[in-house]
Design a protein around this ligand. Structure first.
Ligand SMILES: [Zn+2]
Ligand SMILES: [Zn+2]
Length: 439
């Protein structure tokens, strides 16, 4: 199907559940708005492990309680509460253990060196290796994504600066582009360089005002004290996850009865594993509320920058944003089918990717938005526990005061920004065609 635009064959049928008339569109799931028949034909596996399930339940509870607070006119304000201080304490303790391992390693090594025997030296080496593997590490940026610096894209940076002023935070130092239907911010390095990553499949399908709201949301994250994002807490979370990995049996239970070795290893690891799990879920419990609050706050920042209307419509865009992934996967698959992904003709194909994607998004019918919204309500936190469900975020925006846009971009400005992004757009499109989307 070229570009996702095709005459939709609409016909009316009766709902097998309640008999209400369903207007079908053969490109999308046929479902009944009256009784929710077939609204979610493929619900995800809710299995996961116990930790995942507990996290989802917790996230749902926090999300709903926060919404209730917001709806009741409660003030949505970032603050350091007892939980975030406790989380910080645990984080310090986690790093303390790593430091302890390193110190112990040095002690044993020195003893071994000064004649206490090779055994000491070996223990020292093992402890040091362990400490090294658990050291706090900041995330690494992928080094091949297209990057635009201030001098390459003055108009884009001017827009971001303006949004940053409205949101009340420092602007970003670097803008990166990738093929995700998403956007994100992070800080790295000792000086806290701020990096904004814009997923072009998201950015290119937004209206200018939605783009401004998106920038407001992302920059809002810098300003609202999201504890999970502070370096100490974030790296401790990562170290805990590493511990869990170290203490878990490599491939799950092997077929057949466990060997004596496996039983010994399992017993040996069971205690630290359970302990780590407990600390990790406590940690989650303590930071989840703050991180969900941070999402609601970031949405408020989105509204201040781009208007409540634009922020709400951005949420609605998120309902169906995943269909962009389907379209882009199909683009890659078609290229692979017709003469290989690297065939010369694919250059032309890459040029048209964004137009076809925009055409697809514009063609998504209202009933599919509504279906996805209902699916989101049903699944709530089954997918991502750090973000409140999109529908709750939308409701939270609608419950708050409606604000006009503080930043606007006229056509001329939009044109200049689009021109600055031309190189990144071409590069990301080429990759989508050539390599397909990452899983
Ligand atoms: Zn029905
Ligand atoms: Zn966010």
């Amino acid at each position: 199907m070229e570009g996702g635009v095709r005459a939709a064959a609409e016909d009316v049928q009766a709902c097998p559940e309640c008999g209400a008339g369903i207007k079908g569109d053969n490109r999308y799931v046929v479902w009944c708005a009256a009784c929710d028949w077939n609204v979610d034909p493929e619900p995800p596996d809710e299995d996961g492990d116990r930790l995942d399930r507990a996290r989802r339940v917790l996230a749902r509870r926090h999300g709903e309680r926060l919404l209730a607070e917001v709806t009741a006119g409660g003030e949505l304000r970032a603050h350091r509460d007892v939980s975030s201080v406790l989380a910080f304490g645990i984080a310090l303790a986690v790093h303390g253990v790593t430091l302890g391992l390193a110190c112990g390693g040095v002690w044993f090594l020195v003893r071994g060196w000064s004649g206490s025997g090779i055994g000491y030296g070996l223990i020292g080496l093992i402890l040091l290796l362990l400490a090294w593997s658990l050291r706090p590490r900041a995330g690494r940026l992928p080094d091949d994504d297209p990057v635009l610096h201030r001098q390459d894209a003055p108009e884009l940076y001017a827009l971001i600066d303006e949004v940053a002023r409205v949101v009340g935070t420092r602007t970003v130092d670097e803008v990166r582009f990738d093929a995700e239907v998403n956007a994100g911010v992070l800080s790295y390095g000792v000086r806290g360089r701020r990096v904004l990553t814009l997923g072009l499949p998201l950015w290119e399908t937004l209206t200018p005002q939605q783009q401004i709201a998106l920038l407001g949301h992302e920059l809002g994250h810098y300003g609202n004290g999201d504890t999970r994002r502070t370096l100490v807490v974030w790296t401790a979370h990562r170290t805990l996850t590493d511990w869990l990995y170290h203490f878990s049996p490599s491939d799950g239970p092997a077929p057949g009865p466990p060997s004596a070795d496996e039983i010994v290893a399992n017993v040996f690891y069971a205690v630290p594993r359970v302990l780590t799990r407990c600390v990790l879920s406590l940690f989650d419990h303590l930071t989840l509320r703050a991180s969900q609050r941070a999402e609601y706050l970031a949405d408020r920042a989105a509204a201040r920058a781009g208007s409540t209307e634009a922020a709400v419509s951005l949420m609605e865009h998120f309902f169906v944003a995943d269909t962009a992934t389907v379209v882009l996967r199909r683009e890659g698959a078609q290229a692979a089918f017709t003469g290989g992904r690297r065939a010369p003709g694919n250059e032309n194909r890459a040029e048209g990717v964004w137009d076809r994607l925009r055409a697809h998004m514009a063609s998504v019918p209202a009933h599919e938005y509504e279906r996805q919204r209902r699916v989101g309500v049903r699944r709530r936190h089954s997918v991502d526990s750090t973000h409140p469900p999109t529908d709750l975020r939308r409701q939270s925006l609608l419950a708050g005061p409606s604000v006009p846009a503080a930043v606007v971009a006229d056509d001329a400005r939009q044109g200049r920004i689009a021109a600055e992004l031309a190189g990144a757009r071409a590069e990301v499109a080429r990759r989508i065609i050539r390599d397909g989307l990452d899983d």
